[in-house]
Ligand binder design. Sequence first.
Ligand SMILES: O=C(O)CCC(=O)C(=O)O
Ligand SMILES: [Fe+2]
Length: 351
Amino acid sequence: MFQHMLVCKYVLFLQALGCADESCTQDPPTGLQEGPKRIAIQETAAIHAALAADGAVILTGISGVSVADGTWEAKAAALPSLTFPGRLVSKIPKVQGIHLEHAHLRQNLTSSPFDLVGKPLLPHTDGYIYGEFLPDYIAFVVESQSDSGGQNYVVDGKRVLRRLCDGDRDDSDESETCAMAAMAQTLAVDQTERSPPGFVNGQEFRGPLVQRQRHAMHRLRFHRQTSVLACKDAADTVDENGRLGTDLRPYQSLWALSEPEGHQAHKVQDMLKTVDAAVQQEAAQAYRFTVHEGEALLIDNYRMLHGREGYKGRTERKLWRVWFWTNESSGIPRGMPELGSVLDADELNQI
Ligand SMILES: O=C(O)CCC(=O)C(=O)O
Ligand SMILES: [Fe+2]
């Protein structure tokens, strides 16, 4: 009987992780005890091995990338085709100077604007406004780092699921949270960014919090954006070193019920709160690391959430953010041009 219970529990655990068999438990996420590995930008195979293992990698040698005008923006734009040769669906990467974006955001946010510059960032996925069609990889190229603070962190979606459904734990709460992990992967919830409580109005998107890619089942796709109020908390509660405080509001995500009046509403609400809390706990424990000038942080934006501590100092922190879509993504968002080199198209057909 006891053995039977253990087997059932294990099956529940595998189901909650979205696995039909044991294959996806063989490679437990490491949790990046020392932050992402540093790998030279030319080492394509090593970069992909690190991405598969850890979901994030720090690329070195970006200053040596040869581009016609030598600017950091152009080096950032070259990064997707250098790291994913022949696999890009978006031929023109979207590059944005985060330092340039700040002024624009202050003027254009549909929610009441407030000063976020230098304040911590809670764990999120990028490109959330595209709904289902968020970029599957993102990178931050560092042109100059702040004098103090500004450490990044990543939260592994696999670890969030494992926190909810740890096969080794043996308590009654665990089977409840394990059922919630399964629900997070099957039940559609509203993940549309709406302002308020979001910053802007994004594309409509309803779906499970965590999904597996149709053509790349090994990949999780996790979406999380945080409410403006949660970001305000993060800005208001920093300690003297600019670090994120701990007394943030309990629920920070923009995830909402698809059917607020439905008979399952309470259950779904509990699940959203529980997954949100697990994300927060993982973020609190995540290793903080500094990405230096001339390096880039490359992240699997489907599996990983990312965030950043606050920063200050006289040196302007200049980062170039790149969003790109590979042939394992859900596709490029409607209205985005698919332009670029015919060579890429040929290579893509050979895969
Ligand atoms: O400032 C950073 O290091 C990251 C910023 C970020 O997450 C973003 O702009 O999406
Ligand atoms: Fe981001």
